[in-house]
Design a protein around this ligand. Sequence first.
Ligand code: UN1
Length: 500
Amino acid sequence: MHLNFADVCFHLGLDPASLTGGSHVVRSPIDGSELARLPPHDRADVGEAVAKAQAAFLEWRGVPPPKRGELVRLFGEELRHHKQHLGRLVTIESGKIIQEGLGEVQEMIDICDFAVGLSRQLYGLTIASERPGHRLMESWHPLGPVGVITAFNFPVAVWAWNAALALVCGDPVVWKPSEKTPLTALACWAIFERAWARYAEAPRDLVQVLVGGRELGEALADDPRLPLISATGSCRMGRDLGPRVQRRFGRPLLELGGNNGMIVCASADLDLTVRAILFSAAGTAGQRCTSLRRLFLHDQVYDELLGRLKAAYERIAVGNPLDPGTLVGPLIDAGALERMQGALERAVAEGGRVFGGERVVVEGHVDACYVRPAIVEMPGQTALVREETFAPILYVMRYGDLAEAIRHHNDVPQGLASSIFTTDVREAELFMSAEGSDCGIVNVNAGPSGAEIGGAFGGEKETGGGRESGSDAWKAYMRRATNTINYSRELPLAQGIEFD
Ligand code: UN1
């Protein structure tokens, strides 16, 4: 058990007695130690949770949206109060460094603020009618209970993007977190309950957490009482889950894999570029959907930038993510380590030159999976480079012509995040244009990872097409009604049809 773990649980309102005695084992990637044994839920529990969510929906949809926003405001307040402890628990359970654990909680707070404002802005359009004495109008109504399935790498923020919006839109949430990170989910639930207890008008069961594996996600996907299933994870998961939801005419909102690229032009500011690459390729141990995985360097900067990158990579502090000096924590588990090592072996077979990537043994934590982030010089975009390996591997390729680099950049199945480093406005604009990056996130002089909550988050192709978080992503959580209002004394028909 971790020093401080019990303390953190206590502050977050997790009862130690509820964390033992079950068969669902939770381990910390920091040292492989056992954190908890939780009683898992089963398919019948999913059915029950959905029934409760439905009952909550019937009440919650009648509460005016700004009043629903008040509950989310209180939740944001509780999160501010619990930021340090929840951030620490994120680190203990997912292995990301403490700065990033805290950043995740900040992301939750930010989306709560956004959702509170949004609760007064759920507006539709008024549209000119072709008929005299008529008006067309769009209304947005609560959709129903929402199933949310999240991944280990952002165990709390991605849920919050969904939950904060769903709640102001009038939808209760049934949450199945990754089986690797249920403790942070239970902590979020406990924090939410504190906000709920301070708010008289909210029904019970607006937020529920299900602990368990894939079969629970499948049960959510199959349940016709959940009109929306928001799922974050691998392309493989989405390929199975998306059609499952659609088969019953539910809506899937998918945020799947990324194979994110960066193009560095000859005019780039290399100081900025090196820092951006370090954060987006090595940060979070390469375990963000938005992590930088493919780097296209212009001939003129190739040698210099690669030299600087290698020097920086050698100095990266790999170690216990609770230590404030650490920049790269562990991989989530032995499976992730195996997949990384397998990819590096394949890279060599495909003509790559590997720098770094070796296992790092951190004193006292021999059961954990620490690695030095890898840089791999590739002769071109081989089959391996076109796949997403969820680990800190950065494939580096050379280019001469920008149009050709953009072609290669887009020539992968995934389409989440992308970036260009340049000081030439023509290159920047081209990259953002219709002929540029085909991703959902397209950045200039900023790495592909670390998006703010204000924009819509998600991507194209095998990334799944979903958009979450800011902008008008809220529309996915509501149903749209088109209203025709006749305020005349006649009954003209559309399209000029006579029916007398
Ligand atoms: C994810 O990896 O699933 O843009 C989400 C980012 C974060 C969210 C990543 N704000 O990197």
